[in-house]
Design a protein around this ligand. Structure first.
Ligand code: ADP
Ligand code: MG
Length: 868
């Protein structure tokens, strides 16, 4: 309420737009009119006081294959056909008028198909006044006694309002009176029967909380928007019945507060409901005439009736309006009767009419688009441009949606089936409109004067009159009736005509009368002076009062200022502390985070430490184990090598002993062979166990170099194949051993005993010699030699190679094999020592000598086992 800011420091100038976060949705109301006389089918039903249901008419249902169902629409309130104009006003327009009086803007429009009751709702008819006359009535009922004299408020031509002093206002009034024939005092004039009884007196209502210490003035404008042109319906143009001038269109402008207004639009100051309504009616008439003259349809135009309320505080003594433009508040209420919302197809228009209809629809389309975009922006937080400028209607009301104010819409519906499809569109638009929110207007700050100025001023005037009446003293010109009374109370003057020169009665009587009058006059002067003195003292008293009050106010203001400063300081301190606390919180947060990180680190490091310790432990025990093992291995190896060394020494000793023996033996054998060669029939000693038929085994062993004649380079291995010719000497005593290791020499001359003839044909000689080895195996030796021609013409054989083939008993062999492989594993050289023929021979012979030399000294070739 306007009084709530009482006692506040005055703000100059008052802020035009206070930042305001509160928003209210557009209030959408629905009103259904009764069916017309000819209409039969009804397609709407009011379900509750907030819901209305639409039924598709029968014909339409058939067209749509019965797909269609009833649709329901919800609004802030739904008014059925029985709703009275007064009820509607109470709900819809009264709050807007209250807002207007409390310096807040409002916009109210009726929307619907032609014939749905828009004009009925907005304007109404005699006895059934609509929202417009009722609003005007309520305004004047509320501010009636507090209205400023005409022309105290004066609109500038920039949508602003100025205040004039009493004298200027009086001069303006006199000027108008001399110019126009308009009756000056509307209260005394005759009321036009056309708009008489629009509102019955019992319906009168008034707003609460009207600021009595303000002065008010109402200005009305009435415009029509047709075909997207704006026409001023109140413009006074000299009417020429012969050649009527087409009305001039107006343009929209933006004022310094970015509010849109119709530039150069007439604003008529009105002082009563009747006067205001008369002005409205004048506009209506003009509209009707224009429509007839220009062949237009009124349903295609939008009519906008703007009520502007200017208010300004009274000055300190409550007598005059404060002469300060910045203290003037102007609020406005726009009452809009929109054009019919039907589509072009239904208007049955042709040519220019069609274009008009198109424009009407275009402006309504723009309204719809604006609402849609606004809604989208508000719901989705987008910032799309709202196309207000696309039509005059939306452009004019841009500030209501952009800025602040209360917006309300009455959707009118005609229940008749013909309108069904249009009504459907209207309903959808209306329902959507409710989702748009408009900033709630804020309370205007008020001036800093004490309240009750008007009343005090009035009381003072009353008191003055009373006292004057009491004392009978007239005040110049102010109280003419009192003066007359006083004059009448004087004793009448006697006749002044002298009857003759000697008339000495008349003059003394006149003198007496005059003296009496003089005394009265003297008394009156005294009385007057007394009253004047009293008045003076009263005034002084009042002045003193005012001064003390002003001082008090001043003092209070000072205190308030101090308090404000203190509050400000404290606020700053709080701000600072808050900032500091935020900073500290932030720091704590960071420290907390750091601590967490360190703790995490610590944990992970501990974990790592533990795992490393464990690993170390493991490694230590592993190391100890390895140490003990290595020690074992070392001892083992040491023992083994000691043994081995011993054995080798022994072996070497044996070998050396044997060598001597072998050499002896070789010589013996060679001797025997040579002797055998000479005595052909001599048989070699056959081993006693030859019949065991143990398969021979070949073991490559080189033969020692022969001691006898000229030496040719020795070969490591026999090369029995090739182009050479061989003498194959197999003594008859030899056992046939069916092994793979058979000597197979192509082109060899096989002999049992060597003879001159055979030797002369060949250049190689081989003797297959069998003997029993010490281990019971048959050992076959291939003793190879080369044949020489002696000087005497004979043949001589020089032995070059001995190969030993050995067949071993499997049982014995397997054990030997294992030994052999073991020795191999131990990494000792197996063949490295067999590089020269002599060694091989010696070994072979050693074997023959029956020695068991152990691992590493035998080379075995495994033969294929005989089939049993
Ligand atoms: P619009 O302005 O929407 O074209 P009107 O207000 O001119 O429609 O209404 C058309 C007719 O219907 C008028 O004769 C009017 O009196 C009547 N009418 C409209 N609304 C109502 C109502 N609520 N109650 C009774 N009659 C109504
Ligand atoms: Mg109408």
């Amino acid at each position: 309420m306007i009084r709530q800011a009482k006692g506040k420091t005055p703000r100059r100038p008052p802020p035009k737009k206070t930042s305001n976060n509160q928003k209210d949705p557009v209030g959408v109301y629905c009103r259904a009119r009764p069916l017309g006389a000819d209409d039969e089918e009804c397609c709407i039903e009011v379900i509750s006081n907030t819901t209305i249901q639409l039924h598709a008419p029968d014909g339409l249902k058939a067209n749509r294959n019965g797909e269609f169902k009833e649709t329901q629409y919800s609004f802030k309130k739904v008014f059925g056909i029985k709703t009275t104009q007064r009820e509607l006003f109470e709900d819809v327009a009264k709050p807007l008028v209250e807002d207007l009086i409390h310096c807040k803007n409002g916009l109210l429009f009726t929307y619907g198909v032609t014939g749905s009751g828009k004009t009925h709702t907005m304007t109404g008819s005699p006895g059934l006044g609509g929202l417009l006359p009722r609003s005007l009535d309520m305004i004047f009922n509320s501010i009636g006694p507090y209205q400023a004299k005409r022309y105290v408020f004066k609109p500038d031509d920039k949508n602003g309002m100025e205040v004039q002093n009493q004298v200027d206002a009086l001069l303006d009034r006199q000027k108008r009176d001399s110019q126009s024939t308009v009756p000056k005092t509307p209260t005394t004039r005759r009321i036009d029967p056309e708009f008489a009884d629009m509102i019955s007196p019992e319906d009168a209502c008034r707003a609460d909380g009207v600021d009595e210490d303000s002065s008010y003035s109402v200005f009305v404008s009435y415009i029509e928007i047709y075909n997207n042109y704006i026409y001023d319906l109140l413009e006074e143009t000299p009417f020429d019945p012969i050649k009527p001038k087409p009305p001039q269109s107006k343009i929209l402008r933006e004022d310094q507060n970015h509010n849109m207004y119709v530039a150069g639009c007439t604003e008529v100051e009105v002082k009563s409901t009747e006067e205001a309504f008369e002005v409205f009616w004048r506009g209506q008439k003009k509209r009707r005439i224009a429509n007839t003259q220009l062949n237009r349809e009124s349903s295609r135009s939008h009519s906008v009736f703007i009520v502007k309320l200017a208010q300004a505080p009274l000055d300190a003594d409550g007598d005059n309006v404060l002469q300060d433009k910045n203290q003037v508040n102007v609020s406005q209420l726009c009452l809009v009767d929109l054009a019919g919302s039907e589509r072009t197809s239904r208007t049955r228009a042709e040519g220019s009419r069609l274009r008009e209809a198109g424009n009407i629809n275009q402006s309504l389309m723009t309204l719809r688009t604006c609402i849609e975009v606004l809604r989208e922006n508000q719901m989705c937080g987008t910032n799309k441009m709202v196309p207000y400028r696309d039509s005059k209607v939306t452009h004019l009301f841009k500030n209501y949606f952009d800025g602040e104010g209360k917006v309300r819409m009455v959707v009118c519906v005609n229940p008749k089936a013909d309108d069904y499809e249009e009504t459907l569109l209207v309903m959808r638009f209306a329902e959507m409109t409710q989702e748009v929110e408009v900033a709630r207007p804020v309370d205007r700050p008020i001036c800093g004067f004490t309240a009750g100025r008007r009343q005090r001023n009035q009381a003072f005037k009353d008191e003055l009159t009373r006292r004057l009446e009491e004392r009978g003293g007239p005040v110049d010109g102010e109280f003419p009736t009192i003066l007359n009374q006083l004059l009448q109370s004087f004793p009448p003057l006697p006749t002044c005509e002298l009857s003759g020169p000697n008339d000495d009665v008349t003059l003394p009587r006149l003198i007496e009368a005059l003296e009496k009058r003089h005394r009265v006059r003297q008394m009156m002067i005294e009385e007057y002076n007394k009253t004047a003195n009293m008045l003076k003292s009263v005034l002084q008293e009042q002045d003193g009062n005012i001064v003390s009050k002003e001082n008090f106010i001043h003092e209070q203001r000072g205190k308030l200022g101090e308090k404000d400063k203190m509050i400000q300081n404290q606020k700053n301190e709080i701000d600072r502390l808050e900032k500091k606390s935020k900073m500290l919180e932030y720091k704590i947060d960071i420290l907390q985070k750091t601590t967490n990180i360190y703790e995490e680190d610590k944990r992970s490091l501990q974990h790592e430490l533990e795992s490393r310790e464990q690993r170390l432990q493991r490694e230590m025990s592993e190391k100890r184990r390895m140490e003990s093992r290595m020690q074992g291995i070392v001892t083992d190896a040491k023992l083994k090598w000691e043994k081995e060394c011993e054995r080798r020494v022994n072996a070497k000793q044996l070998e050396m002993q044997n060598k001597l023996w072998v050499k002896d033996e070789k010589l013996k054998q060679l001797k025997a062979i040579v002797t055998e060669g000479k005595t052909e029939n001599r048989q070699p000693q056959r081993p006693s166990r030859e019949k065991d038929k143990v398969p021979p085994k070949r073991s490559a062993s080189p033969s020692p170099a022969p001691t006898a004649p000229p030496v040719r380079p020795l070969h490591r291995r026999s090369h029995s194949a090739g182009g050479e010719r061989w003498v194959d000497h197999k003594p008859t005593s030899n056992v046939d051993l069916d092994t793979v290791l058979q000597l197979n020499l192509p082109n060899a001359i096989k002999v049992n005993a060597p003879n001159e003839k055979a030797l002369s044909k060949c250049d190689k000689y081989v003797l297959t010699h069998q003997e029993l080895a010490s281990d019971g195996e048959i050992q076959t030796k291939l003793i190879k030699g080369e044949v020489f021609r002696t000087r005497g013409g004979g043949q001589a054989v020089q032995f070059t190679d001995i190969e030993t083939l050995k067949q071993e008993n499997p049982v014995v062999a397997s054990s030997r094999k294992r030994r052999s492989s073991e020795s191999g594993q131990d990494g000792e050289p197996m063949e490295g020592d067999w590089t020269d023929v002599e060694t091989r021979c010696s070994v072979a012979l050693e074997m023959r000598a029956g020695s068991n030399l152990g691992p590493g000294y035998q080379h075995h070739g495994y033969t294929k086992r005989r089939k049993p």
